[in-house]
Design a protein around this ligand. Structure first.
Ligand SMILES: *Cc1c(COP(=O)(O)O)cnc(C)c1O
Length: 408
């Protein structure tokens, strides 16, 4: 289904009302007892993982990047679906270790890990993704103090970019990882330290909808790993190929051609298995696993007309959903897909601008969208809100109440 709301979505509409996790939206709002709230549909998450498994080669393992959505219940659900977790803080480490996922299947990336955080990671027995040479020296020290051999993958800042990415995280000067050309020296130094070399981590970008760009980056990733493996102090046991799979947010965007990516990976795998006989191959995905399974729901508090324009004023806004307001990395503001969740289709063709309650013109959820039939008390749904929603938002701004999150 596309219009209204402009993005394809997989939530059933029954009697003109959106259904989340098999529950009609107004009833779900009663059950939760308040607006605003986030709701994540566990069946859609399960189906997304199953779809990936059916299309990707069987020995491509899937990791969930917790940063996309760290809600503990969701991460618990994910623990039964994926092969590992990628974390970017010790807060996320706690969430990961509270699940049944074995620590050896959790890896910790991110620049600026403190000595104390490295100690916690080594004590936990998780894999550390090395971001710099200094971090390696600190890890060796921490390991000797604890009497443990830190297990390490080297995060490589590649000498190529993931083209057409919403967010580039590799190629050129970057704070992430070790520059590809410096990796041989770092590996040489590592061979003199009490560190267990485990493999490579190459993450080049995020939010990509172009299969060709992802395919090209994956090919270059294998080639780079081949070149650098020659300098490694041991066999590559883990090759994290990154991810970057995007989801459509804005008018005109279409879903990633997953089949093309899967077919291409299947072509690359025979050579990869031969060149890395001891390796586990991993894709780390955040947004792609959870983004389309989540909604943000707020209620219309006021409906006003200012100089001919309709405004719906909501009880939620940018303080809960910075991404949808356009203030998290967008240069030109574009609308996330919106619906009147309890009254999806309407004969009225009125457009309205949907704003939050904060005293700032930045607090916009949707500009001039076809939700002008929304009335006081109606529930406005922001789709594509399962990733980089609540945890990426300035919840303290203006001291308004916190939303509830529910996995249904
Ligand atoms: C943020 C991040 C991810 C997840 O990116 P998505 O776009 O949500 O899939 C994966 N790996 C690393 C290293 C990251 O920093």
């Amino acid at each position: 289904m596309t219009a209204p709301g402009h993005a394809p979505h997989r939530f059933p509409v029954i009697d003109n009302e959106l259904s989340i996790g098999g529950i009609a939206l107004t009833r779900l709002a009663e059950r939760i007892g308040q607006t605003p709230f986030y709701a994540y549909d566990r069946r859609l998450i399960t189906e997304r993982v199953a779809e990936l498994r059916s299309i990707l080669p069987a020995d491509i393992h899937l990791h969930y990047a917790i940063k996309a959505n760290p809600m503990p219940a969701l991460v618990q659900h994910m623990a039964g679906l994926v092969d590992g977790f990628d974390i970017a803080s010790v807060g996320e480490m706690k969430t990961a270790l509270d699940t049944p996922m074995p620590p050896s299947r959790v890896s910790f990336a991110g620049p600026g890990k403190s000595v104390n955080e490295l100690r916690q990671a080594v004590a936990a027995g998780i894999v550390v993704s090395l971001e710099s040479e200094l971090e390696m020296e600190r890890l060796a020290l921490v390991g000797s103090e604890l009497g443990l051999r830190p297990r390490v993958v080297v995060r490589i800042n590649p000498d190529f970019e993931l083209k057409s990415s919403g967010m580039k995280m590799g190629g050129g000067p970057k704070p992430f990882g070790v520059d590809a050309e410096s990796v041989p020296d770092v590996l040489k130094r590592m061979s003199k330290l009490a560190i267990d070399f485990y493999g490579f981590h190459i993450f080049s970008g995020s939010q990509n909808l172009k299969a060709e760009a992802i395919m090209e980056a994956q090919e270059k990733t294998f080639d780079l790993a081949r070149r650098l493996a020659a300098f490694a102090p041991g066999p590559v046991r883990l090759l994290n190929l990154g991810g970057g799979f995007g989801i459509p947010y804005f008018p005109g965007e279409t879903s990633l051609d997953l089949k093309a990516v899967g077919d291409h990976l299947a072509e690359l795998m025979p050579a990869a298995r031969q060149d890395f006989p001891d390796a586990e191959f991993v894709l780390e995905l955040g947004r792609y696993l959870v983004g389309e399974a989540g909604v943000y729901v707020s209620r219309v508090v006021d409906r006003k007309v200012s100089r001919g324009q309709i405004f719906l004023v909501m009880d939620g806004g940018m303080h809960h959903h910075l991404s949808a307001s356009g203030n998290l990395g967008q240069v030109l503001r574009k609308n996330y897909p919106l619906l009147v969740g309890n009254h999806v289709e309407s004969d009225s063709a009125q457009v309205a601008t949907v704003v939050g309650p904060l005293c700032t013109p930045l607090d916009i959820l949707g500009e001039k969208m076809d939700v002008g039939h929304g009335r006081i008390g109606d529930l406005i749904v922001v789709l594509q809100s399962g990733a980089y929603g609540l945890s990426a938002s300035p919840t303290a701004f203006l001291g308004r109440p916190f939303p509830v999150e529910a996995l249904v």
